[in-house]
Design a protein around this ligand. Structure first.
Ligand SMILES: Nc1ncnc2c1ncn2[C@@H]1O[C@H](COP(=O)(O)OP(=O)(O)OP(=O)(O)O)[C@@H](O)[C@H]1O
Length: 249
């Protein structure tokens, strides 16, 4: 399957990829572009403009309520843009007259809340993306099992999502996002519930897989000293439209 990470072992200590000219040219073709985007949230307007190269992890920073989750949801296709455009690998996802539904975007999302499907087992959660693409059940489950193992949660493979602990659920959500070999990865506070001892390993694993896949990634975190270090650069979200909310800095 195209650009799938497969079951190959990932070296946890691997350094983030640095790009030569060839991969830079490649990057121009497969970056994630959010241009002059406006997303409405109730009476609010979230504004954003950013570009993420393939293999790059952009850390999205900003105070509570500035719209980081809202922006990720717009890129994932869970919320429509009111203005502007989003393209991935040069393909419009949400632009003039074009709106690609979430299931056809091939974007891996680790959500901030309700991270797994509660009624499905951990294994079914992770296999979900491959099954949705028509991959045979046995192959999807084998691949999902390998990903659960990579994330250190193989022992809860048969447990329902609703019965997982917070950290277990976050690991399963990470496995679910990465397993199908996404074209872009969106991580919303993905390590918040993971214990301190395993957090650096999980963080490095995610970083290594994104480099391996060579896809753009956005990481939302409020942990500038720890999690944000696994990013390549920090982008401060412009946030709420200053013309409407002048009190917001
Ligand atoms: N379902 C909703 N309906 C209306 N407004 C919403 C909804 N969800 C969020 N908002 C508002 O949209 C704004 C952006 O919320 P969002 O969750 O994207 O912020 P955030 O930057 O991710 O915050 P945090 O750092 O606290 O997670 C906030 O002002 C919030 O109150």
């Amino acid at each position: 399957m195209r650009r799938r990470a497969g079951g190959a072992a990932v070296t946890l200590a691997r350094r983030p990829a640095r790009y030569d000219v060839t991969s830079f040219r490649e990057g121009l073709r497969s970056s994630l572009e959010v241009r002059d985007a406006v997303v409405r949230r109730g009476e609010r307007r979230i504004v954003a403009d950013l570009s993420v190269a393939p293999g790059e992890v952009v850390v999205l920073a900003g105070a509570n309520g500035t719209g980081k989750t809202t922006l990720l949801h717009a890129v994932a296709g869970l919320l429509p843009l009111a203005e502007g455009e989003i393209t991935l690998a040069g393909r419009p996802l949400d632009a003039d007259g074009t709106w690609v539904p979430p299931e056809r975007r091939e974007i891996g999302l680790v959500p901030q809340h309700h991270v797994v499907f509660g009624h499905l087992s951990a294994l079914e959660n992770v296999a979900y993306g491959l099954r949705a693409r028509g991959i045979h059940r046995r192959e999807a489950r084998a691949e999902a099992t390998a990903w659960l193992d990579r994330l250190g949660v193989a022992d809860v493979a048969r447990s329902r999502g609703a019965r997982l602990s917070g950290g277990q659920a976050q690991r399963v959500a990470i496995a679910r996002a990465l397993c199908p070999g996404p074209r872009a990865v969106l991580l919303d506070e993905p390590f918040a519930a993971i214990d301190a001892a395993s957090r650096p390993l999980v963080r490095d694993l995610v970083r290594a897989v994104i480099a391996e896949l060579g896809v753009p990634a956005i990481l939302v975190t409020h942990d500038p000293g720890g999690d944000a270090r696994s990013g390549d650069r920090v982008v401060e979200l412009a946030g709420l439209d200053p013309e409407i909310y002048p009190e917001v800095p």
